[in-house]
Design a binder for this molecule. Structure first.
Ligand SMILES: [Zn+2]
Ligand SMILES: [Zn+2]
Length: 239
């Protein structure tokens, strides 16, 4: 476990600087969940927006870093990644961006619980929906992003499977992959992310192969700690 410079800390969260231009905001409950702030030429980019209750912590982190928030990129529409996006966009004027296939879920036109896919995953999603914890507050405006598009210093990679419009982001300057829920570093190993919450594991597996072209040295996942090392060789062993 590496020691990074800590900016803020509470019973619910911690903000730490993992690279000069990348900050991790990690929420402890109900499971360790991350969002990321990246300093770009025009200001900050937020990658994922945590749960609905995360916005005050994210706004405090933005204020202490001291640059304006320009864009909020949602890796996928699960409520632990998109929850606070609408509130944050309203308070900061940042543009929300996501893959086209994910936008109907973010705007309340469709629910992930009704999608085709793994029966276990669909049962979990349906239960989440019944409990009112699946669908995040609808986001007024979402700009679609496509595979290969460049957003500041990041490149979009469409990596479907976990959800239809899951995206990853490649930061060539930092050799970092923001992988959403496709992978996570847990108990000392890089693992395929969240199988019970993944609609289509075989499509996810194909998506993971796209990471092999990247000389990644940093894996920044939606959940769990940072993995710093040879990401490509770890992924090769998984697929
Ligand atoms: Zn997810
Ligand atoms: Zn997640």
């Amino acid at each position: 476990m590496q020691n990074y410079e800590q900016l803020e800390k509470s019973a619910q969260h911690i903000v730490q600087r993992v690279r000069p231009s990348i900050w991790q905001i990690s929420f402890h409950y109900p499971t360790p969940t991350n969002c990321w702030l990246l300093k770009d030429k025009d200001g900050l980019t937020l990658i994922d927006a945590g749960h609905t209750w995360s916005s005050k912590f994210i706004l405090a982190a933005i204020e202490s870093i001291g640059h304006p928030l320009r864009r909020i990129i949602i890796t996928h529409a699960h409520p632990d990644h998109a929850g606070a996006a609408n509130e944050l966009a309203g308070k900061t004027q940042a543009i929300v961006m996501a893959h086209q296939s994910e936008i109907p879920f973010l705007q309340g036109q469709r629910t992930m619980a009704n999608e085709k896919g793994s029966l276990i995953c669909r049962a979990i999603l349906s239960t989440g929906r019944l409990l009112g914890s699946l669908d995040s507050p609808s986001i007024e405006r979402v700009q679609p992003v496509a595979d290969g598009e460049e957003l500041g210093s990041l490149q979009v990679i469409h990596t479907p499977g976990h959800t239809p419009g899951s995206i990853s982001l490649w930061d060539a300057d930092e050799q970092a992959i923001f992988c959403g829920d496709n992978l996570l570093f847990s108990m000392g190993a890089v693992r395929v992310g969240l199988p019970w919450f993944t609609l289509d594991r075989s499509t996810q597996n194909k998506s993971l192969k796209r990471y092999l072209d990247l000389p990644a040295q940093l894996l920044l996942s939606g959940h769990g700690p940072v993995y710093a090392g040879d990401v490509t060789s770890k992924i090769r062993k998984l697929i």
